[in-house]
Design a protein around this ligand. Structure first.
Ligand SMILES: Nc1nc2c(ncn2[C@@H]2O[C@H](COP(=O)(O)OP(=O)(O)OP(=O)(O)O)[C@@H](O)[C@H]2O)c(=O)[nH]1
Length: 303
């Protein structure tokens, strides 16, 4: 029996973790998840509770600066645990083509029967144009090498925008299955069924012109044991991260405590932000990814 690998890539905040959380319960057999975060602190791993074993690799991308950790983790998983499937969530700025290559190398060296079953990229409709023009080197590699593309961050009535993004995606990758429905509103098993019942073209590596490594293009700020916030202050925080006051913030997320002793999960990108109450967490923490970050101001905000 082969071990099916599903890679869920997509730019910062596209919805990778949200997608995985939805579909995990519909996966058949015994599996594990490799969760990669560009920031110094893992946030997403906590979102999976004990649904399946999660291996977290953070402080860089599994395709470059922490590639050895990734190879080691993948080798160990394929050779020691009789798994049926492995899910991989690379950081939002990872190169999908490099991850495919690493999976191929591990497949050959371990003699394990690994099948790259789903190479999924989630495309944020709202951020599409800006991400192509500002970070094309990272973003296009994810689009060109996917065999399934899902769209995120759009609502009913956005049909024109969706069609324009779909036709741009087709110009970069005409073979991928583009799933136009709003998966965010669909039950996990149904999404998997739709993806798997469509004919897949397999994959052919596309060599995108390489950009600078992610750790030379993006920087991160992280904080543990962050201060407490009122609900109003959390709203203000999400608005203020949009201004240039803190630098060019592309993504921020974390777990904060409120002045009423509750825990809140917050999510920020330039195109959407939200927060919601979550159960008791081990610690409060925040991670910010961007460019020219103002660390002094950032630490006043969180610490
Ligand atoms: N409205 C809407 N919100 C979405 C959609 N997809 C994701 N979100 C929200 O966007 C935020 C970020 O989603 P994540 O799943 O954490 O994104 P990610 O790609 O894992 O983020 P990073 O790995 O940190 O880059 C969360 O608040 C999600 O609930 C979507 O299609 N529509």
């Amino acid at each position: 029996m082969s071990i099916d690998i599903t890679v869920v890539s997509g730019f910062l905040g596209a919805g990778k973790t949200t997608f995985l959380k939805k579909v995990i319960s519909g996966m058949q057999g015994k599996g594990a998840l490799i969760e990669n975060e560009f920031g110094d602190i893992g946030i997403d791993g906590d979102m999976f509770g004990d649904e399946l074993p999660v291996r977290e690799i953070y402080a860089g991308c599994i395709c470059c600066s922490v590639v050895h950790d990734f190879k080691k983790t993948l080798e160990e998983l394929v050779s020691s645990y009789s798994l049926d499937y492995i899910l991989i969530e690379p950081s939002g700025v990872a190169s999908l083509s490099d991850i495919i290559k690493i999976c191929d190398i591990v497949s050959k060296s371990s003699k394990a029967d690994i099948s790259l079953k789903r190479l999924i990229t989630i495309v944020d409709v709202k951020g599409f144009e800006d991400y192509i023009s500002d970070f094309g080197g990272f973003f296009l590699d994810q689009i060109e090498n996917a065999n399934v593309i899902l769209l995120s961050h759009f609502e009913e009535g956005d049909d024109e925008k969706v069609e324009s993004v779909v036709s741009r995606i087709k110009s970069y990758n005409e073979k991928a299955l583009i799933f136009k429905e709003n998966w965010y509103r669909i039950e996990g098993g149904e999404i998997l069924y739709s993806i798997d019942s469509a004919e897949s073209e397999g994959y052919a590596l596309e060599e995108t012109e390489k950009s600078n490594p992610a750790n030379r293009t993006f920087e991160t700020y992280s904080a543990r044991n962050t201060k407490s916030f009122s609900e109003e202050e959390i709203e203000e925080l999400l608005i203020s991260l949009k201004s240039k006051e803190y630098g060019h913030v592309l993504r921020a997320k974390g777990i904060l405590t409120t002045d009423r002793g509750k825990y809140v999960n917050f999510n920020f990108s330039q195109y959407s932000s939200s927060w919601s109450y979550v159960g008791i967490c081990e610690e409060s923490k925040a991670v910010v990814i961007g460019q020219d970050l103002n660390r002094e101001k950032m630490s006043k905000l969180f610490e």
